[in-house]
Design a protein around this ligand. Structure first.
Ligand SMILES: [Zn+2]
Length: 271
């Protein structure tokens, strides 16, 4: 499933292709949005991401909220590209140059733009990790809050009500970077550890956004190993690296399952 960084990149791509562009045609092929087909002159005035949700704002005071879950997918193509697919088309926006399409997703909501924040999904969402206003302090406050401080990190780092945009590969990478096990609770940590964990949550998520899902600190690799080229195929410190040596201690990376999702960690570096 795409996590916050992938969703934000998708929103960036959609913005570039359709935001404030004249639309030659559009189609809305889902019962929740099909009333839009009757309207003339629709334009997309903004596309943004919130956690793993994409919000498309239209010039008619309405917004479409889409969540891709496991099977939904946005694609952006040149109008001349022939697209082969066996998916169900849900939304299509066509400009003179590009076509943006949403395939297969079923979690589609149409709402008044000014009422976005009252929707139950958005209302319950935690601070978006990629938002510039969400700082290390914001994250530390969430960790120390009554609601979350006694929950284990393995569950919290997937919980969108805690911090929106985190997900499975980020969870393993954040825990490794902070030297913590998934069974740890925020209430087990001292102030310093809370700061380090909050910092890892922010920094690794931003890095994944900037490096297209790659969570490795390339400067650190260059310094430690002399070059980054040899590591060009490495995307993560531990995630997906079962039985391979840890980059910090050379012990073998372990794969386990936490909250029904795979988790990778180093027994030596994480306590
Ligand atoms: Zn290690």
């Amino acid at each position: 499933m795409p996590e916050g960084p992938e969703t934000r990149r998708m929103a960036d791509g959609l913005s570039k292709a359709i935001k404030k562009k004249d639309l030659i045609s559009y189609q809305f092929l889902h019962p929740n949005i099909d009333t839009l087909n009757d309207l003339k002159g629709i334009k997309v005035i903004d596309v943004s991401s919130l956690g793993k949700t994409i919000i498309t704002r239209l010039n008619i005071g309405k917004s479409i909220m889409t969540h891709n879950q496991l099977y939904g997918k946005w694609s952006i193509n040149l109008t001349t590209t022939v697209v082969k697919h066996n998916r169900k088309l849900r939304i299509e926006y066509k400009t003179s140059k590009k076509i943006a399409r949403l395939w297969s997703a079923t979690d589609i909501v149409l709402l008044e733009t000014e009422k976005e924040n009252t929707h139950h999904y958005i209302k319950n969402l935690g601070p978006d990790v990629l938002n510039n206003f969400v700082t290390i302090e914001t994250i530390a406050n969430q960790l120390e809050s009554k609601k979350f401080r006694n929950r284990n990190l393995g569950g919290l780092l997937l919980n969108q009500n805690f911090i929106a945009g985190l997900g499975n590969y980020l969870r393993s990478e954040i825990l490794f970077s902070s030297g913590l096990l998934p069974t740890t609770r925020p209430s087990d940590l001292d102030e310093n550890q809370i700061y380090n964990l909050s910092n890892s949550i922010k920094v690794i998520s931003m890095r994944a956004y900037q490096q297209k899902g790659n969570t490795i600190d390339k400067d650190d690799f260059s310094k430690r190993f002399g070059n980054i080229f040899n590591f060009r195929l490495i995307r993560h410190m531990v995630f997906g690296r079962k039985d391979q040596p840890c980059f910090n201690c050379s012990n073998i990376v372990i794969k386990s399952v936490q909250n029904s999702r795979r988790l990778y960690y180093c027994r030596e570096c994480q306590t």
